[in-house]
Write a protein that binds this ligand. Structure first.
Ligand code: NAD
Length: 353
């Protein structure tokens, strides 16, 4: 029987609640599809700072590197907001991504038919939307040097090498081959030199994937098109800054932040996590929506462990549960037959696997 090691980082706020539900589902999927999962807990974020004075202890990096994948909840909270920047929970997460060299961030934005009304856009605009944003995660303006500030100036550098663009482009084209075979590369090539290089390299890489159609779009237009006609997109390939903004915009097409998963892959290890934060306003109340984390666990099975059947079973169970009218509080206004706690939602999904 295949055995996999999973590093678990529950983190802060609702992190422990939602990760516990994902683990519940993973255990059931493993049983049903005949593989074994070993979970080991590691610290990151505010809780790690409280216990070790370090938001990312070395053991956590080592644990993630030694595992087949990392399942992560969320970190952060007001309690730690006034710490020096390098001790804040968010710095721990940025450092983890950098240490694991996870350069590709996958953010699917899929609209569930049962929740069309949850979107702020008209149902006919969002029905059938199924977008995958592939964002470069460890380069670009967030990491480029020189950067800094003095009293009169602040500055950052947006920089990409040919190699950095090539490797993320390959990932995006390969993902598109398994979907609707379209890549839209988003840049600002009319203004930025770094984007001109980006566009040239992506066009070169595209020649190796003749079955995938490449289009290029300026980021300002992409922001508009995502609202005007989101169905035109399949895979959106973009850099760190533009991807940060566009993936948040795309996530709102689906209506609730509690539904959307993500994967950070491509380097020495892989991290799977919901797109939302630690939701301190609802932490401990048992009302968080665990679906984003459970869907992240399904992505983990699909992309890191190759357990496709188990991943499909989880995705199908989520759809069925929504179809049957089970809702957590955040989506309770849209066709609820039963309003569930976080724990109950996990159990209902488990029943449908
Ligand atoms: P947030 O995503 O935590 O919450 C935004 C709103 O959405 C809140 O009203 C929250 O209750 C709600 N929400 C989020 N997830 C939900 C879920 N699963 N079910 C139901 N409702 C949910 O964003 P924020 O409030 O801006 O940030 C809170 C903290 O999280 C901050 O410290 C921030 O730095 C941190 N954060 C962490 C990550 C991460 O760990 N990857 C990402 C974003 C923000």
């Amino acid at each position: 029987m295949k055995t996999y090691k999973i590093a678990v980082i529950k983190g802060d706020g609702i992190g422990p609640e939602i990760v516990n539900e994902a683990i519940k589902i993973l255990k059931i999927a493993a049983q049903k599809f005949n593989f074994t999962l070993h979970f080991e807990d590691f610290l990151m974020g505010g809780i790690a700072y409280d216990l070790t004075q370090n938001p990312l202890p070395d053991e956590t990096i080592a644990g993630c590197l030694e595992s087949d994948a990392t399942l992560f909840g969320a970190i952060g909270g007001e309690k730690w907001d006034n710490l020096p920047r390098e001790l804040r929970p968010e710095s721990g997460l940025l450092r983890l991504r950098k240490s694991l060299e996870v350069f590709a961030n996958f953010r699917p934005a899929k609209v569930y038919n049962e929740l069309l009304e949850a979107s702020t856009l008209k149902p006919e605009i969002v029905q059938g939307v199924d977008i995958l944003v592939v964002r470069e995660l460890i380069g670009g303006i967030y990491f480029g040097t020189p950067k800094g500030r003095d009293k009169n100036r602040g500055y950052n550098t947006m920089i990409y090498s040919v190699e950095e663009v090539k490797r993320i482009a390959h990932i995006a084209f390969k993902a598109a081959q398994k979907r609707s075979k379209k890549v839209c590369s988003v840049d600002k090539a009319n203004v930025l030199d770094v984007s001109q290089l980006w566009r040239e390299v992506v066009s070169e890489v595209a020649k190796e994937y003749p079955d995938v159609e490449l289009s290029n779009m300026y980021v300002d237009n992409a922001a508009m098109q995502l609202i005007r006609n989101p169905k035109q997109f399949d895979v959106i390939l973009t850099g760190n800054l533009f991807g940060d903004i566009l993936s948040d915009e795309a996530s709102m097409l689906s209506g609730s932040i509690g539904l959307l998963p993500s994967a950070s892959i491509g380097g020495k290890a892989a991290i799977y996590e919901p797109i939302h934060g630690s939701a301190p306003d609802i932490a401990g109340l048992g009302i968080a929506n665990p679906i984003a984390t459970i869907a992240s666990a399904a992505m983990m099975l699909r992309y890191s462990l190759g357990e496709i059947e188990a991943a499909d079973a989880i995705d199908n169970a989520i759809e069925t549960v929504l179809k049957e009218g089970y809702r957590t509080k955040d989506i309770a206004n849209f066709g609820a037959k039963e309003v569930c706690s976080c724990e109950r939602m996990g159990s209902v999904i488990a029943e449908y696997i």
